[in-house]
Design a protein around this ligand. Structure first.
Ligand SMILES: [Zn+2]
Length: 214
């Protein structure tokens, strides 16, 4: 059993889509969990139907949505780094990484979840993964937590090979779907277009990670 799991992702909803099933499986067994969300996701793709929605109100809405999703997923502690959405790649990696390291030192995770830098499509995703990997790489090898890196680019398997951690999280796909629904500003339109999602579908029932090799 993990001692403590730390997730480090840049946007509210990254945790749910990448690893909501795995997170649920762990927290339901009593594993403590902390999430560092690097931005408030105020530049989210879907600004909602109201033309009056501003970046500020999007921030407020997404904070509430993430709080709800964390409750559904059993994530006890949520830290925001407060960087501006879509600008993480321009931040000093040393600074971002030092802030992540502070939390690592506090909670002493046995496992970290983050994006696989270079294979995470969005520049914020890559930058967040890179800062996390950088923080862990500076620790003594014997003190480093395991890092599960999430790859989402279309070509990742060609370059990295098959992920070594492939988890059937079907038992938790309903919970994952609830958390997806909690991120309504980002997912409502998608879910409406989809109709009733089939819980056995791969995107809800299989989660995969690469154990990062330092
Ligand atoms: Zn994201």
């Amino acid at each position: 059993m993990e001692r403590h799991i730390l997730a480090v992702f840049p946007h509210p909803d990254d945790e749910t889509f990448s690893s909501g099933g795995f997170i649920s499986s762990q927290t339901s067994q009593g594993v403590p969990m902390t999430y560092i969300c690097a931005t408030y996701g105020e530049m989210g793709r879907n600004m909602g139907v109201s033309i009056h929605t501003t970046r500020e109100t999007t921030k407020v809405i997404r904070k509430k949505e993430l709080q709800d999703a964390c409750e559904i997923l059993g994530i006890e502690t949520l830290h925001y780094l407060g960087y501006r959405d879509k600008t993480l790649e321009f931040e000093d990696i040393e600074e971002v990484s030092a802030r992540i390291k502070e939390v690592i030192d506090q909670v002493k995770p046995s496992l970290i979840l983050t994006f696989y830098p270079g294979y995470a499509v969005h520049p914020d995703h890559d930058a967040c993964g890179a800062a996390t990997i950088h923080a862990v790489s500076q620790m003594k090898p014997e003190e480093r937590p395991t890092v599960y890196a999430v790859a989402i680019s279309t070509d990742y398997e060609k370059v990295l090979g098959k992920p070594d951690v492939v988890l059937d999280v079907a038992a938790f796909s309903e919970n994952k779907l609830e958390a997806i629904k909690a991120h309504a500003s980002q997912t409502e339109a998608m879910l409406a277009a989809m109709g009733a999602p089939d819980l056995s579908k791969k995107w809800l029932s299989i989660e995969q990670f690469y154990t990062y090799k330092f």
